[in-house]
Design a protein around this ligand. Structure first.
Ligand SMILES: C[C@H]([C@H](O)CC(=O)SCCNC(=O)CCNC(=O)[C@H](O)C(C)(C)COP(=O)(O)OP(=O)(O)OC[C@H]1O[C@@H](n2cnc3c(N)ncnc32)[C@H](O)[C@@H]1OP(=O)(O)O)[C@H]1CC[C@H]2[C@@H]3CCC4=CC(=O)CC[C@]4(C)[C@H]3CC[C@]12C
Length: 266
C-alpha cells in the first residue's frame, strides 16, 4: 500500500553512475513495510546487475532515516506468523542486506532517527554519513523483540564488544557524535547535509576504476574474520584479475598522459 499522496514506500533514482534509494514513509519515520522491503530488494538486484551503476546511496525521506519495523502493523499481525508460514525466511532478509551482499559500495546518508531496523540496515552499508542530530539505537529488546535485522551478529564485529553489548541489551540511543567516536559512522555533518556529503563520497567512488572498487569490496568482506595468512591467496587471486583488466592499463596510462582516466569497467 502506497503513501496517502500515492508515492511508493521507497524511491529509486539513478543519477549517472549512482543509484539513490530513499526510504519514503516520513509520517511513520520511514518505518519498514513489506512494500518498502520489496522495492529495496529490487533496487539491490539492480545495483548488482547493472554495470552502469557503480555505487549506491541509501537515505530516508523527510529528515528521518528509518524507525525499524512498523510496530503498529506488528501489533496487528505478529511477524512470527510470517516466519512460521514460510512467507519470510528470517535467516535471509534481503531488503535489510542480511544474507545478501551488494557487489558495489553502499553509502548511508542518515538524518534524524535510525532506530532498530534503521541501525540494522546501516550495518550493511560501507560508508556512513549522518547529520549532527541523527541518533542510532537497537531498541528491539525494549519491546521484547529480537534484532532480526542481524545486529546481534554484526554489531559486535563493527564496534567494540562491550559497547555493542550495551546498545543491544539496553536499547539506549546514541547521538551522531558518539556514533562517530565509536566508529559506527564515519562522518558527522550539519543537519540537512548528509545526502550532499554522501553524494560527494559516492562521486569519488564512482570516478574510480569499477573493477578495482568491486574487487577491493569483495576482499574487505571475504577476509573478515580470517587469519591474515589464510587471506593472502584469495587476495592475490582477486588482485590479479584487477591487474589483468583494461581499466588497470588505462589508469597508469592516464596518469602518464596527465589526463583523467576513462574507465569502462572491463
Ligand atoms: C525484526 C526486524 C527488526 O529487528 C525489528 C525492529 O525493527 S522493531 C522496531 C523497533 N522500532 C523502534 O523501537 C522505534 C520506535 N519509534 C521511536 O522510538 C520514535 O518514534 C522515533 C525515535 C523513531 C522517532 O521519534 P519522534 O519523537 O521523532 O517521532 P514520534 O512522534 O515518536 O513518531 C512520529 C510518528 O511515526 C510513528 N512511528 C515511529 N516509529 C514507528 C514504528 N517503528 N512503527 C510504526 N510507526 C512508527 C509514530 O507512531 C508517530 O505516528 P503518529 O500517527 O503521529 O502517532 C524487523 C525489521 C523489518 C521487519 C519486517 C518488515 C516487513 C515485514 C512485513 C510483514 O508483513 C511481515 C513481517 C516483516 C517481514 C517484518 C518482520 C520483522 C522485521 C524483519
Amino acid at each position: 500500500m502506497a503513501n496517502d499522496d500515492g508515492s511508493p514506500h521507497c524511491l529509486v533514482e539513478q543519477e549517472g553512475h549512482v543509484l539513490v534509494v530513499t526510504m519514503n514513509r516520513p509520517r511513520a519515520r520511514n518505518a519498514l513495510s513489506g512494500e518498502m522491503l520489496e522495492i529495496m530488494e529490487g533496487a539491490w538486484d539492480r545495483v548488482n546487475e547493472d554495470p552502469e551503476i557503480r555505487v549506491c546511496i541509501l537515505t530516508g525521506a523527510g529528515g528521518y532515516f528509518c524507525a525499524g519495523a512498523d510496530l503498529k502493523s506488528m501489533s496487528r499481525k505478529a511477524p512470527s506468523e510470517s516466519f512460521e508460514s514460510g512467507e519470510y525466511d528470517p535467516s535471509r532478509i534481503k531488503g535489510l542486506l542480511k544474507g545478501f551482499r551488494l557487489t558495489k559500495p553502499l553509502v548511508a546518508a542518515v538524518e534524524g532517527p535510525a532506530i532498530a531496523g534503521g541501525t540494522e540496515i546501516l550495518q550493511g552499508t560501507d560508508i556512513r554519513v549522518a547529520g549532527e542530530s541523527a541518533r542510532f539505537g537497537i531498541s528491539e529488546a525494549r519491546w521484547s523483540l529480537y534484532p532480526m535485522g542481524g545486529s546481534a551478529v554484526r554489531l559486535p564485529r563493527q564496534i567494540p564488544y562491550t559497547v555493542a553489548a550495551e546498545l543491544l541489551l539496553t536499547g539506549r540511543q546514541v547521538p551522531a557524535p558518539e556514533a562517530k567516536e565509536l566508529g559506527l559512522i564515519g562522518h558527522v555533518v550539519p543537519d540537512g547535509q548528509a545526502l550532499t556529503k554522501a553524494r560527494e563520497l559516492a562521486d569519488m567512488v564512482a570516478a574510480n576504476g569499477p573493477v578495482a572498487v568491486q574487487a577491493i569490496l569483495r576482499t574487505i568482506r571475504d577476509s573478515e574474520g580470517k587469519h591474515e595468512d589464510d587471506a593472502w591467496a584469495d587476495d592475490a587471486a582477486v588482485g590479479r584479475t584487477v591487474f589483468a583488466s583494461d581499466d588497470a592499463k588505462e589508469g597508469p596510462r592516464a596518469f602518464a598522459e596527465k589526463r583523467a582516466p576513462q574507465f569502462t569497467g572491463r
